[in-house]
Write a protein that binds this ligand. Structure first.
Ligand code: ASP
Length: 422
């Protein structure tokens, strides 16, 4: 039998004997080397020509988790966990070296027995995607699944990839109309099979929030600091992944988190300007996915706007510079192309600075864009929120009016400067 990645082997070489797990060889590494993960956790490379003997001690098998039968407890709230994929649902496959999405919500409960003490868990696997692959149709599917269970539970947790979690949290905030309970989205920066995984704490805090936070609406629950102190509960339309890998990557922008959630069940409210749980009827809005988002940069080709028009997008979000500028007074002015676009479809302006508000009148160039082009300025709305909101707005009677109406806290009415870089 030829040893393969994932197998536990004993290798005899001229330098001695080594026992460990064969790792897949990174593409850049020479073909003549076998990489072994030793018991100590260190990886070593052994030149194949030095190997005298290699015996397989244990063949690699993809681990299968035994999902646990869950027994309901009368005194506990009920929480539905809907799993959608991402790192929180993943483990390393030693055969390929890749991370793959696989764990379902039942598996989480099997792996994290604390959850059963917090709530009676109903679990469903909605999809299994890495969130960079998520499509607008997936947001619709998630919203539909929430609606299916919302009246039977005290709150819903969605486990999700972190890359585009803030797109989903915003999209669900607009798709779920009059949400009467919390929908708490969580994920992990490190997969569950690693000692340093943040998955368990994020899950415990998310289930705690879904079970007993007194608010209604879509929130993100992720690590509040680099260590395991607490998770932040942040408004779905005002949160953003701000770091590639830190556990505390998710930050409130132009806003503060609503609350800190601790693993012992404590919820410490930071600010209480959220809708409360209620007995209203939640329903679904629809979306039109043909919306494009264009990031503005110096010397860009105005043909990019024409391209989107040719592709028949129904709405455009311009992620402009600072107060809401686009190149205006130079040979590559975007104004003619945007003017053409705005005659056919709604053109929305938000800022790539993320913090602060766009403003249509401060400079002459801004006035050109707002008055001559007819672009709509979205105050302090985040680009990701504007993107999914425009999809939903296109299904409303008056898209522009919907965009300028505060639906889910995406437009702050108060001073936002005290929340800068917190
Ligand atoms: N790329 C993964 C995803 O967004 C990363 C993660 O889940 O943290 O699905």
């Amino acid at each position: 039998m030829k040893p393969k990645a994932g197998d536990k082997v004993k290798i005899t070489t001229s330098d001695g004997e080594f026992e460990g797990i064969i790792l897949p060889r990174p593409e850049l590494l020479s073909q003549d080397i076998t990489v072994l993960k030793l018991k100590t956790g260190y990886n070593i490379g052994i030149e194949n020509k030095k190997i005298k003997k290699m015996i397989v001690l244990e063949e690699y098998k993809t681990p299968v988790l035994k999902a646990k039968k869950l027994k309901p407890k009368a005194d506990l709230p009920t929480v539905a966990i809907l799993s959608t994929g991402g790192t929180i649902s993943s483990r390393i496959d030693y055969r390929t070296g890749g991370v793959y999405a696989d764990y379902s919500a039942e598996d989480f409960v099997a792996m994290c027995p604390e959850l059963e003490e917090i709530a009676n868990i109903k679990a469903a696997k909605v999809m299994s995607v890495m969130s960079e692959d998520a499509m607008a149709s997936d947001w619709v599917k998630m919203a539909e699944e929430v609606l299916k269970v919302i009246n039977e539970v005290d709150g819903v947790v969605i486990t999700h990839g972190t890359d585009t979690m803030h797109f989903t949290s915003a999209a669900l905030s607009f798709l779920l109309k009059d949400l009467n309970k919390p929908v708490v989205i969580t994920g992990a920066q490190r997969s569950i099979d690693r000692g340093s995984s943040d998955a368990f704490m994020n899950l415990i805090c998310a289930v705690t929030a879904a079970a007993k936070w007194d608010g209604a609406g879509v929130v993100v629950c992720m690590h509040g600091t680099m260590s395991d102190e607490f998770c932040n509960l942040t408004r779905g339309t005002k949160v953003r992944k701000m770091h590639t890998s830190r556990r505390d990557a998710f930050r409130a922008i132009n806003d503060e988190p609503f609350a800190k959630v601790f693993t012992d069940g404590k919820i410490e409210v930071i600010k209480e300007d959220y809708a409360k749980r209620n007995s209203g009827k939640t329903s679904l809005r629809e979306l039109e996915p043909r919306v494009a988002m264009v990031y503005i940069y110096p010397d860009m080709d105005p043909g990019i706007i024409d391209y989107h028009l040719k592709e028949k997008v129904h709405g455009l979000v311009i992620v402009a510079t600072a107060l809401g500028h686009v190149p205006t007074n130079n040979p590559k002015s975007l104004i003619p192309a945007l003017q053409k676009a705005a005659k056919k479809i709604p053109v929305m302006i938000c800022s790539q600075t993320l913090y602060g508000r766009v403003h249509p009148y401060v400079y002459a160039n801004l006035r050109k864009l707002s008055m001559e082009v007819g672009a709509t300025y979205l105050s302090d709305m985040l680009p990701e929120a504007a993107y999914s909101k425009l999809m939903v707005a296109l299904k409303q009677k008056d898209a522009k009016e919907f965009m300028l109406t505060n639906i889910a806290g995406e437009i702050s009415s108060r001073e936002v400067d005290d929340c800068f870089l917190i």
